[in-house]
Design a protein around this ligand. Sequence first.
Ligand code: MIG
Length: 673
Amino acid sequence: MICKYVFGSPIETGAVVAQIQESAEDLSWMELEKTKGGIRLSCRMEDSDVVYGLGEQMRGMNKRGFTYVSDALDDAIHTESRHSLYGGHNFLILSRREQSSFGIFVDDPGRVAFDVGETQMDRLEVTAGPDCVVYFIVGESVKDIAKQFRRMIGRSYIPPKWAFGYQQSRWGYINEADVREVVRRHHGQGIPLDAVYLDIDYMEDYKDFTVDKEKFPDLAGLAGEMKEEGVHLVPIIDAGVKIEEGYPVYEEGIEEGYFCKEEDGEAFVGAVWPGKVHFPDVLNSRAREWFGGKYRGLMEQGIDGFWNDMNEPAIFYSEKNLERVMDEILAMRGENLDLHAFFHMKDILLGLSNNPEDYRSFYHDLDGVKVRHDRVHNLYGFYMTRAAAEAFGRIAPDKRTLLFSRSSYIGMHRYGGIWTGDNMSWWSHLLLSVQQMPSLNLCGILYTGSDIGGFGGDATEDLLLRWLEFAIFTPLMRNHAALGTREQEVYQFSHVEAFRRIIRIRYGLLPYLYSEYMKAALEDELYFRPLAFDYPEDAHAVKVEDQLMVGESIMAAPVYVQNATGRYVYLPEDMLLVRMRSLKERTCEVMARGHHYVEMALDEVVFFVKKGHALPLAVLDDDLLSTADLEGAAYEWISFGDGPVEYVLYEDDGISKEYTPREDWKRMTVDGR
Ligand code: MIG
């Protein structure tokens, strides 16, 4: 059951697709208070209550003990004290033992805060509004609540199958030669690879939809050549459009009034990579159609995947604020800067970026309704991505195109995936990534993953090995790193053979991972789940923060501690431990319910199979180099059960939008071992 409450006069955000009647009854799950700025909803939490959800936010799967603020922010230091990351994912489930559990979705694209027992350990407090819609969902179980929510927000994005292959990225691949080298060094050593990313350097002066002719004289040629090898090129698109006479995107945008405007009607000037930019008003349907249409040029050159960046939107500084700050600082020249003056100077300089006042200084034209940006801030990345997805629907209607974004809001999950942004080469961020996955799935975001090896900082070989051993399960499996950091392509390290074996295990698992992804997308299910979702009666499962259910058959328990040669694993029931050094070197062992210390060598993949379940494993040729080579592969099966075990296998061509209907999914019966 879903109940809907409307406060003030909210805009249509596009998060919800189901038609839901406003509730006639009073809101009863939480106490409601109207405040000056909006509304406050609060309730008591029992010690045994657990809070799930909130998408990509920091911290654990159980969100208790902190305040999370939906206020899309470009912040590259994801420490545990951070209240906001790139997205606005305002859905959580309060899972309770004594009373009925419920889900709450706050459809408010402005700032929303979830104080989940930070101020008072036993209180959940949500502040939002003034204009917002709040939904409460009750159901038989947390799984059921999650499913009802997913039904309400619509089907998750489905990428092409090649986007489940291994992908390599780095901010710092400058030209054609760099791209060729990445492919050569993977494929040359038998390491499968399906995509190479083009970061901002492929553009001419960071101008969207341009290609630097010196570095990439023939992008179409390169894309074609790469595709022959099974490799897709995936360019980045940034939100800001460079202000430059003669640059068509700028000129058309000005001409048609497609950029976000200040109060007086002048286009807002911010600055990002190219220096001064305007932001396309993607919340306006005409501007959206126009901006999305710009992707066509690259698609005509053979590009079939994109990542949208800087769309919080990130602002290094605004023209106006910079003027003010400069004036102030110049006036300080020659002064004796005491403590206050000095820190004030530092504050105003640091405060130039992503300044709340800047976000209050420009407007969107929601097809006739003028809305100040801060009220809809969290929608920007969503609508930029929607612009692209809708354009793909016109440009390549029958084909799936890879698309994911940095900033997002619930609703965007129908148009693309996300990556979790600028993490660091920290062990704690490997664990964070594990914990973000189920929370993101709850918010509908299925196509997702983190920068493997970490974006900022220097990755070590052992970190990369362990990270890959987890990332073989994430739909987006991309190694990405920042400019200036240690090169972290797998071939930069000494145990190339170990990396090759691990990445090949991903390809071996692909029939299962893809089948599970597709079933989850088509049936509004969760691909990643906290253990408690599958074992609600198990009082211990609920405490496990570092293991995950992956699809219907697998439980993952990654190592995320440096120098550990194994870890404690909790088995909520008897399971089959599968240990792989390679697809061929595999051992299985039945383990009893309970706690175990399991050895996991640095170059091994270890996972567990649930009782009564099975999974297919593709038999790979030794020379498999990309998902294209998976075509026609034979399967072997891993299964665990007393008698025959069933597995429902989803298959399709991986590229068309004609998904296999439920009645044609293959019901496989294999022997339990
Ligand atoms: O401010 O395009 O999160 O993945 O490599 C940095 C350069 C801008 C941020 C993205 C990152 C990307 C980088 N971008």
